[in-house]
Ligand binder design. Structure first.
Ligand SMILES: C[S@@+](CC[C@H](N)C(=O)[O-])C[C@H]1O[C@@H](n2cnc3c(N)ncnc32)[C@H](O)[C@@H]1O
Length: 321
């Protein structure tokens, strides 16, 4: 009997780290540089390079030089048992929340390449995107979108935090009511919103909102739902305070695996899948539900986000009795 361990065990040990398997999943279909991989998996270059070396040493990946960078990809010429091993790992790792997040960031990285190539060819479109950013930043149009709201509206910024959403909406609507449970956040919001006459800040809980029935024309729940022990209860409260036909705009995280956020930031839920949100909204009387994944900002480090927009069809409390 040979004393040498079977080669498949080396391959197994190279795959036994989740980050390495995630990298391999990306390199299975694409040729990517170290910096692109860092942007996708959100890890420092030293960590990614170390894992790439381990994958290269065990024959899983190869590299070729392209100008000043190296492009990495998965090796195609592997033995049949090794290929079978990979297919099994790919099936399991590919179904994880981290891999889903990677895929979204990968799309952003590939889109960045397209922009670079546009710039390379000096097309006016490529130049315009850069010039637009340089001159005006990349979010002025988002701040202007508040102009699509009806000027007569009263809007609730529920879980308003330091008041960013309230500040963006106030110039366009009749009144903004910001609600938050934290005195410290409300104090910061008060500082931000000093001198803005049509904003009222109230301290209160999302699960028992300090707002009368059917008082709001629209409500935003921005990055709040993952903090709530009973999101369904809060959504029922939002339906109560919105008038029939009132609109809800919610933004939160897609499912992810950053368990540490529970300790670091008090998150209760590690993101929400599309079908969960759709069911929770429709159970409390929302209709015309649109859920859209938001393209990750290449400079952001957090999990990818989605937005859900919906219209309240819950009858007013009086009509329910
Ligand atoms: C991540 S911050 C988001 C703040 C703001 N919406 C934004 O987009 O910047 C979440 C906010 O929800 C508030 N919050 C958490 N649980 C709450 C609850 N049960 N009732 C009211 N506010 C709550 C926190 O105090 C915090 O200000």
């Amino acid at each position: 009997m040979s004393g040498r361990a079977p080669a498949i065990l080396d391959h197994l040990s190279a795959l036994s780290d989740q980050t390495r398997s995630r990298l391999l999943l990306l390199l299975d279909r694409h040729e990517l540089t170290v910096s692109e991989l860092c942007a996708v998996v959100q890890l420092p270059q030293s960590t990614v390079s170390r894992h790439l070396k381990a994958l290269a040493d065990s024959g899983w990946i190869g590299a070729r030089a392209e100008g000043p960078s190296n492009l990495y990809t998965m090796t195609r010429e592997v033995d049949a048992p090794v290929r079978r091993l990979w297919l099994l790992v790919r099936e399991q790792v590919g179904a994880s929340a981290a891999a889903a997040q990677d895929q979204r960031r990968l799309q952003a990285a590939l889109a960045g390449r397209r922009t670079k190539s546009q710039e390379f060819f000096s097309s006016s479109a490529g130049q315009w995107d850069r010039l637009r950013d340089e001159l005006f930043g990349d979010r002025f149009h988002l701040l202007a979108l508040g102009g699509l709201a009806d000027r007569r509206w009263t809007v609730g910024d529920l879980g308003c935090g330091t008041g960013q959403v309230s500040a963006a909406l106030a110039p366009f609507v009749a009144r903004v009511i910001g609600v938050d449970a934290s005195a410290a956040m409300l104090q910061a919001a008060r500082r931000r919103l000093r001198g803005v006459a049509n904003i009222e800040l109230r301290r209160g809980d999302l699960e028992a909102l300090p707002i009368d029935d059917a008082r709001l024309d629209a409500a935003s729940l921005m990055l709040v739902l993952h903090h709530l022990p009973e999101p369904e209860r809060a959504l029922a409260e939002v339906a109560r305070v919105l008038r029939p036909g009132g609109r809800l705009l919610l933004v939160d995280m897609l499912p992810h695996d950053r368990e540490r956020y529970r300790r670091q930031m008090g998150h209760v839920w590690l993101g929400f899948p599309d079908d969960h949100i759709r069911r929770a909204l429709s159970d409390v009387g929302f209709e015309e539900i649109r859920i859209v994944s938001l393209p990750p900002d290449p400079r952001s480090k957090g999990p990818a986000l989605f937005t859900a927009a919906a219209v309240n069809r819950t009858p007013p409390a009086a009509a329910r009795i």
